[in-house]
Design a protein around this ligand. Structure first.
Ligand code: SF4
Ligand code: SF4
Length: 233
């Protein structure tokens, strides 16, 4: 079985080239990458840790779609690339500094939280708490691709988690933090939801955040565009 891998090194000219490798096949993509590194090319660089779909560190793109290397079973001719949109440090290793910084910008942490939570309340935010920060959703997001100030899917889903948390008393602080370069900029394309290995639905979380923002008095600036079609409210 053959795999084509996009290699990247910032100091090479050209910095990116595609290379083909023969692998024995039958295992996961992560096992194939390890086989290449051990037997064919020791310079191949990639990230991995838990090897069981829990830590999110081995996310790559396969034939243009985000996958966890430790759970994906490769097929002959697959094309493997690093995640898109987020930067690349080397080969398949992403540079997540900018995307991780969005968590702070979106205030995706407790602000004014009292203790105690019922099991039912916990169920409302269980899914968003399962995010493994694999960055697949950022890689698939067309808005983050063109606007690096966009807060992006996982930061907005994490913000939703704190607004929906029954213990959080200052929900407005969270909403105020996701209005600019956030919920109104999302095109609701659903790419992030389609690629999430944890079944998180950032698109729906953003929709809910938009309705909460309206309740707190924020106006969707895109609604002004309807004026050009002659609609009146
Ligand atoms: S739904 Fe919004 S956040 Fe998700 S990928 Fe599309 S534009 Fe990005
Ligand atoms: S929301 Fe899903 S796709 Fe995005 S970082 Fe978290 S686990 Fe990965």
């Amino acid at each position: 079985m053959r795999l084509r891998i996009r290699r990247y090194h910032p100091h090479f000219e050209p910095p990116s080239i595609d290379m083909e490798y023969e692998i024995s096949g039958g295992g996961t993509l992560l096992e194939a990458l390890e086989e290449i590194k051990q037997k064919r090319d020791r310079t191949l660089s990639f990230s991995s840790m838990c090897r069981s779909g829990v830590c999110g560190s081995c996310a790559v793109r396969v034939n243009g779609k985000e996958e966890l290397a430790c759970t994906y079973k490769p097929k002959d001719g697959d094309y493997i690339e690093p995640l898109s949109v987020v930067g690349v440090l080397r080969d398949l290793i992403g540079d997540f500094n900018s995307s991780l910084a969005t968590l702070k910008k979106a205030q995706a942490y407790p602000v004014q939280m009292h203790s105690g939570m019922s099991e039912e309340d916990e169920r409302h935010i269980e899914r968003q708490s399962d995010c493994i920060l694999c960055h697949s959703c950022y890689s698939s997001c067309p808005v983050y691709e063109t606007n690096s100030s966009f807060l992006g899917p996982f930061a907005l889903s994490r913000a939703y988690r704190y607004v929906a948390d029954s213990r959080e008393e200052n929900k407005k602080a969270h909403i105020d933090a996701v209005v600019q370069n956030g919920i109104w900029d999302c095109t609701l394309c659903g790419n992030c939801t389609a690629v999430c290995p944890q079944g998180i639905d950032p698109k729906n979380d953003i929709l809910v955040l938009q309705s909460w923002a309206a309740k707190f008095g924020h106006v969707n600036p895109n609604l002004g565009n309807f004026g050009s079609f002659g609609l009146e409210f």
